[in-house]
Design a binder for this molecule. Structure first.
Ligand code: Z5A
Length: 211
């Protein structure tokens, strides 16, 4: 595979969607051909799964179903979009990927890490080359997300759930500093954008990949 997979992760209201646009522009300006996607979703099948798994009315959904649905959407996205793009030398910028399952279904829901690892091996197959974790205190993120309107099923969880999600993300970043860059997402939006774009450029330089 000639392209690179770059993922954006973070808790609620971290600013991923906003930062993603800046990163796409940044990479394009470096002459890199970028495909942007999101999880859960990114394909027709995956977007249908997203609507189902995030539906606030589906209060009966158990943790095991939720985990499998996240990976069902991911398995399709990887095979239909990500691997073909990487094989064609394009870069893929994804708003969330497998780390979100470790954080939300593992940390948040208490699903065993070994179970997520097993799914990652055969369903997700690939790992990101670089992951930017937009990290901020839970209360600050929830206040931002809350100002946005109707909550999805996972956003209805309590603060303890989101504290566990944040802790799981930070633990993964600490365990794999070669892949993760942690960005302070509590800062002003322009500063967060700047930090994310600088992190990408620094990483390109480290790889000797800046055109
Ligand atoms: N999920 C999962 O459980 N397991 C999985 O494997 C995967 C996902 C892949 C949907 O993800 C849900 O799926 C998500 C995790 C779960 N859970 N929930 N809940 P999503 O990424 O599509 O949705 P999200 O996490 O709800 O995204 P978000 O809240 O939209 O976050 P964001 O994209 O990081 O934020 P934003 O839309 O860019 O910004 C939110 C608001 O804050 C907006 O009004 C901004 O203007 C404002 N904002 C952002 N940054 C700033 C700064 N720096 N200052 C001031 N205001 C800001």
């Amino acid at each position: 595979m000639k392209g690179k997979l770059v993922t954006l992760e973070g808790g609620e209201g971290a600013g991923k969607s906003t930062v993603l646009d800046a990163l796409r522009t940044q990479l394009s300006s470096r002459g890199i051909d970028v495909v942007v996607t999101r999880e859960p979703g990114g394909t027709v099948f995956g977007e249908a799964v997203r609507a189902l798994v995030l539906d606030a009315a589906r209060t009966e959904v158990c943790a095991e179903s939720e985990l499998l649905l996240m990976f069902a959407a991911r398995a399709q996205l990887v095979r239909e979009t990500i691997i073909p793009a990487l094989d064609a030398g394009r870069w893929v910028l994804s708003d969330r990927f497998t780390d979100a399952s470790y954080a939300y279904q593992g940390g948040g829901r208490g699903q065993p890490v070994a179970r997520v690892e097993d799914l990652e091996r055969w369903a997700a197959v690939i790992k990101p080359d670089l992951t930017l974790l937009l990290d901020l205190p839970v209360a600050q993120g929830l206040a931002r997300a809350g100002a946005r309107g109707a909550a999805d099923r996972i956003e209805l969880e309590n603060d303890d759930f989101f504290e566990r999600v944040r802790a799981a993300y930070r633990a993964r970043a600490a365990a794999d500093p070669a892949r993760f860059r942690v960005i302070d997402a509590s800062a002003a939006l322009d500063d967060v954008r700047h930090a994310a774009c600088s992190a990408i450029d620094a990483w390109l330089d480290e790889q000797g990949a800046r055109p």
